[in-house]
Design a protein around this ligand. Sequence first.
Ligand SMILES: Nc1ncnc2c1ncn2[C@@H]1O[C@H](COP(=O)(O)OP(=O)(O)OP(=O)(O)O)[C@@H](O)[C@H]1O
Ligand SMILES: [Mg+2]
Length: 399
Amino acid sequence: VTDAGDPGAIGLLARYRRLLETTRQLASTLDLNALLNQIVQAAADLTDAEAASILLYDPAKRELYFDAATNLTAPLMRGLIVPVESSLAGWIMTHNEPVVIADTQVDPRHFSGIARQTHITTESMLGVPLMVKERPIGVLEAINKLHGQFDAEDVDLLMALGAQAAVAIENARLFQQSDLISELVHEIRTPLTSLNMAARLMQGEASAAGRAQLVAIVAEETNRLGELTTAFLDLARLESGRAPFQVQAFAVAEMLAECVQLMQGRAAADQMTLTIEVAPDLPRLRGDRDKLKQVILNLVSNAIKYNRPGGAIRVQAVLEADEWRLTVRDTGVGIPEESLGRVFEKFYRVPGAEGTAQGTGLGLAICKQIVEAHGGQITVASILGEGTTFSVCLPRGEV
Ligand SMILES: Nc1ncnc2c1ncn2[C@@H]1O[C@H](COP(=O)(O)OP(=O)(O)OP(=O)(O)O)[C@@H](O)[C@H]1O
Ligand SMILES: [Mg+2]
């Protein structure tokens, strides 16, 4: 191939060079997010397309969900679910074949739900399956060819990229999980040791009162293991992007009232007051209601756990110029300055917290994942011995 003459040939050489460069990059990235973004960017460049996206497959739900796209923001993507049975992406995956379509609007396999939710029109499309050892993990799509139509070269290039991308995605996922799993195993050891010890002691325990005490320990520790597994699964789902977000517009005041109602009993048992402050006539908030409710519940639960009898907890919602601010303020024990930067880490607990209250150390990590998936931020301010304020800022978005 010479550099003069057919302009398509030059383009092709440059494109293979780009493919090579990308595959080398992919092999060295273990950060799943960065990886997915590199892949979609390269996919759009290589095929001369307006946009590109990756849909990953959730085998439990038989759904595909958007995980990276050059033209969609994270919060928008979270709500985009594509059914396997009635979509082009699903067809590509189940048939394990690339598909080129000049006009998706007239193809009966096209799933029109995405256009409705994103206002993005898809005309031409090229999609290839992502497979790891004959197991489908998702689909890589290039959308709207900029010049002309997708051709055989585009298919070859995207297939080659897809093959590399699938392996890289799988590696990054395994890496992420091994990290999480070793942490989980570590955390499970403590309750297991307590259970084992209680069992041994029970064998030699003669008094009924002594046995009752040991039984109580067993109940408490199994309870803790149960909570740990639930929280861990929640977090693993969020981190791997396997927790689809159901975005809707909802009344904040009602959601907060439900939280307070659920927690009021616990607060009252410790002689604490739990109050809400919400401005009247607030517009509705756009987000995943259940998940944001879980955030507030976690924060209120902490505010009660790390508080003192007679303490006060205030939950507030305000709408500022372009963002929502939900705050949970307590008059509790506070967090020492050196721990403030770490409370959102998985399994982190302020030294000495074990003595105050039971917990897995995952609550705030879960909150952070949820808030950031909404394009928001969660922050903490605290004065030791006086109290703590957690603030959740969420983009106002369009309602
Ligand atoms: N309102 C608060 N006041 C003081 N310390 C807090 C507060 N909220 C959190 N912390 C500290 O941060 C740590 C991490 O909180 P997080 O909610 O992640 O875990 P947890 O409450 O220990 O366990 P879990 O919520 O999973 O049951 C807590 O262990 C506690 O030390
Ligand atoms: Mg907590």
